[in-house]
Design a protein around this ligand. Structure first.
Ligand SMILES: [Zn+2]
Length: 237
């Protein structure tokens, strides 16, 4: 666990593919950081408009509902108003569009810590969502070296006054090779409440709450902590 920052607020930027990804993997750690005085800002690459089992639902209705659920989830952990890039659900690409959008958000929010999907050794292996792999890969590329180097996307400075920013540290969630465990004893209740805010993605709230607590216990045992979330930790630059 990182020590409490001496000069708050430090900023944590979380980049994820879909609404509910953050709640599933790292919202307990976010809640703990916020309690320590950090700012937390979420960037959602898509609004999850294909996340329904009802073939008659309009994607615009689904995405509006899922954005509302994501906003409510943010309130449970104290994260700020989320940023929605509204790229196509299931259609993320490792391209200049997504890279530029993520570089822009990094330069705008200037995070001390970036949290995103592990694109290289994801958990579970072999069957991860394609959007997760791409969001994590492009977020890492955006952090290093694109956001750091001023001649990449120079329009950010020219048009919006956004200075380059070097991200010092990254935590990758849903990693098959975790090496950093965060004690979420003080954040699990907020994590579960935030996950349950995604009501459209929840069929049995009691069972879900039980399973997420159990998962935190199992991860905690791996990390020598009572309740934990696990990450692959990188230092950059
Ligand atoms: Zn997802």
């Amino acid at each position: 666990m990182m020590s409490t920052p001496a000069v708050p607020p430090h900023t944590c930027l979380v980049i994820a593919a879909h609404p509910d990804d953050i709640e599933s993997w790292c919202a307990g750690s976010i809640a703990v950081l916020v309690k320590q005085g950090w700012r937390a800002v979420y960037v959602l690459c898509t609004s999850g408009e294909n996340g329904t089992s009802d073939p008659t639902e309009a994607p615009a209705i689904v995405s509006a509902r899922r954005e509302a659920e994501q906003r409510e989830a943010c309130r449970f952990v104290g994260a700020e108003e989320p940023v929605f890039l509204r790229l196509p659900d299931g259609g993320l690409e490792d391209d200049t569009l997504l890279r530029g959008l993520l570089v822009c958000e990094i330069r705008r929010h200037r995070p001390d810590l970036l949290i995103t999907h592990d694109p290289i050794h994801p958990f579970p292996p072999y069957t991860t969502h394609r959007d997760h792999r791409i969001a994590g890969r492009v977020a890492l590329d955006a952090a290093y070296p694109y956001a750091r180097d001023p001649l990449h996307f120079p329009e950010h400075l020219r048009d919006d006054g956004l200075q380059p920013h070097a991200v010092p540290e990254v935590w990758l969630f849903s990693s098959n090779t975790p090496d950093h465990y965060v004690d979420i004893s003080d954040g699990l209740a907020a994590k579960i409440a935030a996950r349950l805010a995604h009501a459209s993605q929840t069929t049995d709230p009691a069972a879900l709450a039980h399973s997420w607590r159990r998962r935190a216990e199992v991860t905690g045992q791996e990390g020598g902590l009572p309740l934990a979330e696990a990450f692959k930790r990188l230092t950059l630059n």
